[in-house]
Every structure is written in C-alpha cells, then in structure tokens.
Design a binder for this molecule. Structure first.
Ligand SMILES: [Fe+2]
Ligand SMILES: [Fe+2]
Length: 347
C-alpha cells in the first residue's frame, strides 16, 4: 500500500518508515501535518498514519483537513498514532475523521493488523464503485439483447453453486467457495468490456465480418484483460479484479484448445472463464439475433452437450444438465422483447 506517515520526532518517523518498508509498503514521510497534507493531496496514498502532537498542524487538524479536501477522489484511511488513550481523546480523534488508533510506541504486529483493516475498508469502498462503473461501461457496448448480462450472471452463479457442492472443487487447484460464487456473479457481466475498444464500424456491422474485421473483433478479449489488468496493478489484492480479468481474457477459449486469444486448453483455461463461456453461449443460443431465431431449451441443450469436451469443460456441462430446469426458468423469466433493429452480430 502507499502510505504517508507524519511525525515530528525524526527517530520515531524513521522507525515507523523502516517497519513499513520491511512489510513491502511504499512510504512517504513528513515531519509535520502540513507537509503530510500536501503529500496526500499530490500523491496516491490510501493510508495516512499520523502522530497526534506536531508543530504547524497537529494530528486531529490534519484529519479534518484530509476529510474536508474536496479534491480527493479516493478515501484515505487515517490511523492516529498516539499515547493518548482516554475516552475523550478517542472521541476527539474519531470526530476529527480518524478511522483507527495505534498506541505509541507502536507494536509491529499491531501495525500490520491495523493496516489489514485499512486494506479491507479501502478495497470495499473502491470495489463496489468500480464494478458498478465497469458494468455500466460494458453495458454501453453490449451488442446482445437487453437482459443478456443479467441472465449470464445468474447462469454463472447456478453453475458455480453446483461446482461448489462437488468434492473436486473443494480444494486446489480450482477451489469453488462462497467467495468464488459471489465474485463470478459480480464480475461475469464484465466479460465483453473490451468491446469499448472495438470501432463502431466493426462492432455494429450487421453484415458478416470479413476475416480481418473478425480478428479485430476477437481482440476485445485482450483489450478487456489489459483494462482490468491496469486496475489490478493499482489494487493487487483485489481478487475480484483478478477474476474479472481472467473472464475477459479467456471466455472465448475452448476446452480442446481451438478458442482464442491464447488457444488455451483444459484446466489451463481459468475456471471462472470456463463457467462464463457456457453461460454466455447458452444465452446466445436462446436469444434471437438478426441472423437467427431463438432456439428452444432442448435445442440449446443438445448443442451444449455436443460441445462437451470440445468447446466446454465436461464438468461444467454436467453442472448445466443438473440445473437445466433452472436455466430454462431464468431464460423464461428474463426473456427479452426483441427489437431486431438493436440486434447486432456479436463476436
Ligand atoms: Fe466476448
Ligand atoms: Fe456475452
């Protein structure tokens, strides 16, 4: 994490800095509150650890200034470092905008634990906002029918819940737990987010794509992975971004290695992408397009079964078959009223 620390005692400042650097954090050190505020405003720190008593601007005043800084687009988690432990001091610190306290002299283990809290809080705040914005962006370039993304995420959740019940997916290398189920529900709508980078002339073309155009269309997988990869570099602990990236990159891979963009096969294809692939194809088969009518559940099921071990992971096809009634129910409940003018050929 990027952390700004502030303390007017140079020895205390150095000790704290060393401890944070040893834990792999990036640290900027300020000898007073005013300098720390500048660092927060001009940098990218997400955490501030500040001493209470400092010349020029003390800890509580620094907290108030950070909270009042309207130009800060991110939440800064503030830990006040202090020997003050009375109730009135705690109240004053919290009122000023501190999130947590660390007693002075600090204990390195306690420091680590408090930073763990900071990491969780800042990530939570960022995550929901980020997913919401990205899903909106994905939707704006989605060429499939109205509720496609909503249906795909529901199919993904059904499949993942089924996998979670199987012994094979209860440990490495492909652990499916509650977190996985929740994350695939949140991130599968981002599978085609890379279409933001595909020119309209290709994305919206109603005629069949030429070979060269199809190659450009295929690059939506790489563009999506690159976009999410950039976010992941900023938040390396964000597991949902790692999953979203895998799905964007690999949802057109096929079990037998004949897919794109990397031609991965079998278990080399990330599990979340294998799940999304089936959900996405089932929905495409069940939906009307300018060039085809919607298929019945039975016909779509036949095609999916025919793709087992070729296009799809056989375990995921089995999960689909075990839940086919629910798939059909979702397809019916969330069916689109099709406006063929809105239909476009999808990759
Ligand atoms: Fe796609
Ligand atoms: Fe899709």
């Amino acid at each position: 994490m990027k952390i700004v620390i502030a303390d007017d005692d140079p020895i205390a400042l150095e000790l704290l800095k060393e401890s944070l650097l040893a834990d792999g954090h990036e640290v900027e050190a300020a000898e007073n509150g005013r300098h720390a505020l500048e660092m927060i405003q001009n940098g990218k720190a997400r955490v501030l650890i500040s001493d209470w008593e400092m010349p020029e601007m003390n800890g509580p005043e620094l907290c108030r200034r950070v909270r009042a800084a309207s130009d800060l687009s991110r939440y800064v988690f503030i830990i006040l470092l202090t020997g003050r432990t009375s109730k009135s001091d705690v109240i004053e610190g919290l009122r000023a905008g501190a999130d947590d306290f660390l007693s002075k002299p600090f204990d390195p283990v306690e420091l680590q634990v408090r930073l763990g809290v900071a990491d969780r809080i800042t990530l939570l705040e960022t995550r929901d906002l980020m997913i919401f914005c990205m899903a909106k962006l994905a939707e704006s370039r989605d060429t499939d029918t109205g509720s496609h993304l909503e249906r795909v995420r529901m199919y993904c959740r059904l499949l993942a819940e089924h996998l979670m019940s199987l012994a094979k997916f209860q440990g490495a290398p492909h652990m499916v737990d509650r977190d996985f189920v929740k994350m695939i529900y949140q991130t599968s709508p981002l599978h085609d987010i890379g279409k933001v980078g595909i020119p309209d002339a290709i994305l919206l073309k109603s005629d069949r794509l030429t070979y060269a155009e199809y190659e450009v269309m295929k690059s939506h997988t790489l563009i999506g992975a690159e976009t999410l990869g950039a976010a992941l570099r900023e938040f390396p602990n964000a597991k949902f971004l790692a999953m979203a990236r895998e799905i964007a990159m690999s949802h057109h891979e096929k079990w037998d290695g004949s897919g794109y963009p990397q031609g991965l096969a079998g278990d080399d294809i990330p599990l979340a992408a294998r799940v999304t692939a089936l959900a996405d194809v089932y929905d495409a088969l069940r939906s009307e397009r300018v060039y085809k009518s919607a298929l019945s559940h039975e016909k779509a099921k036949e095609i999916i079964m025919g793709g087992s071990g070729r296009h799809f992971d056989p375990d995921i096809v089995a999960a689909f078959l075990a839940n086919e009634g629910r798939f059909e129910a979702i397809a019916t409940a969330l069916a689109d009223r099709v406006d063929v003018n809105m239909e476009r050929m999808a990759a």
